[in-house]
Write a protein that binds this ligand. Structure first.
Ligand code: TTP
Ligand code: MG
Ligand code: MG
Length: 376
């Protein structure tokens, strides 16, 4: 696997850049997106644009993102707006418009697929690509991808091509904005080891803090640490992973299969069953179906927000019902309970031929590359 070529592509200041497509006259100014009930910019009679400023904001909202001009003033993602206002009171403040960002997210991914059909979708503004089978050299491929995204959206992105996902992800951040970064294993000592450990995807605040108390701040210091010593402090699994990551090693494949839209299981009974007279048998079959759906969800790495049932009656007519949960789940008991609720909403006088359970509105389970969740 040592000759893989993996790309990570991440849009630059994504939400803010989409807003600037709409309001190009705001380019070059410090601008942040976020908050609650922030007024949208108003076009004045003289054609000028009137925009909220950070200093006008009162409330508990946070910044989703900031333009690079605003970042220069010390503000950025996840910072409270009131705190940001102290650092950059004159920065412009725009409300979030997820529909617009989703639209541009689809556009840039479609532009990439024109060149590399298989992508791993990692969220609204980033993707991984496996370029190993492409003939074209990395620099010109990356250039073409960037040009294609820019032509389709008017937006800039940063791309890194590296031997694996771990290094590609670190790399796309190295020369932002508008970065084009090529990394090989030779670049480890000069470009990766000086970086703080937090730059590794999978080292979160908790692990970062614990490493700091052990005197390890840079990836190079982590690489120099003894693997057994790390395992002693972080457990076998995470300790080994830390050691490998610091040496730029990562074997995770780019996962390009598209996620299923729904998962369902159904069963046609050997003989028609009646909801009352065959209650026990029906209940057991129902539970078994829910357990199989739950297992399918886990196997596919997704969780479901909507649970539905399908019944077919002795006269071959059928009905479906579904229910949306407060929280996505893969849990068989939760699915069984939701399906039971659905069952209360269908007529049960007739005998039944078939029973089905379906889970939909799927979203990916947490990325397995983040073992830090298990830390305490
Ligand atoms: P990022 O790719 O992390 O950031 P970015 O695209 O704004 O800037 P960069 O040039 O550094 O890549 O996140 C993508 C979008 O996700 C971002 O535009 C807004 C949203 N987001 C939040 O809503 N909250 C957050 O804490 C972060 C980090 C991002
Ligand atoms: Mg981004
Ligand atoms: Mg991103």
């Amino acid at each position: 696997m040592s000759d893989r070529r993996i790309a990570h592509l991440d849009m630059d200041a994504f939400y803010a850049s989409v807003e600037l497509l709409r309001y190009p006259e705001l380019r070059g100014q410090p601008l942040v997106i976020g908050g609650r009930s922030v007024p949208a910019p108003q076009r004045q009679a003289d054609g000028s644009l009137r925009c909220a400023r950070l200093r006008d904001y009162a409330g508990r909202g946070v910044i989703t993102t900031a333009t690079y001009e605003a970042r220069a003033l010390g503000v950025g993602s996840a910072m409270g707006l009131m705190k940001a206002a102290q650092l950059a009171p004159d920065a412009l403040l725009l409300p979030v418009d997820f529909d617009a960002y989703r639209h541009y997210s689809r556009l840039f991914k479609a532009a990439v697929r024109e060149i590399v059909p298989q992508i791993e979708d990692r969220g609204i503004d980033e993707i991984y690509l496996d370029l190993s089978t492409h003939e074209e050299d990395s620099a010109s491929l990356a250039r073409r991808l960037k040009d294609s995204v820019a032509a389709a959206t008017g937006l800039r992105c940063s791309i890194a091509i590296a031997p694996n996902k771990l290094l590609a992800k670190i790399g796309s951040d190295l020369d932002k904005p508008d970065g084009l970064t090529l990394l090989g294993m030779d670049d480890l000592p000069t470009r990766i080891w000086p970086l703080p450990v937090r730059k590794i995807n999978g080292i979160g605040p908790k692990a970062d803090q614990k490493l700091a108390t052990l005197g390890i701040r840079s990836i190079g210091e982590l690489a120099a640490a003894d693997e057994h010593w790390l395992c002693g402090h972080f457990g076998q699994h995470y300790g080994r992973w830390l050691h490998a990551a610091a040496h730029g090693l990562d074997e995770h494949p780019v996962v390009t299969h598209s996620e299923p839209k729904s998962v369902s299981r159904e069963t046609t009974f050997a003989r028609d069953l009646h909801a009352r007279n065959d209650r026990t048998e029906l209940g057991q079959l129902f539970t078994a179906l829910c357990e199989r759906v739950a297992a399918d969800l886990v196997r596919k790495g997704v969780m479901a927000c909507t649970i539905g049932i399908k019944l077919r009656y002795a006269d071959f007519s059928s009905v479906t019902r579904d229910i949306t949960l407060a929280e996505a789940t893969t849990d068989a008991r939760m699915i069984r309970r939701a399906a039971g609720e659905c069952l209360k909403r269908v007529p049960l006088e007739q005998r039944l031929r078939l029973l089905g359970v379906r889970a939909s509105h799927l979203s990916p389970l947490a990325e397995p590359m983040q073992p830090e969740l298990a830390l305490d």
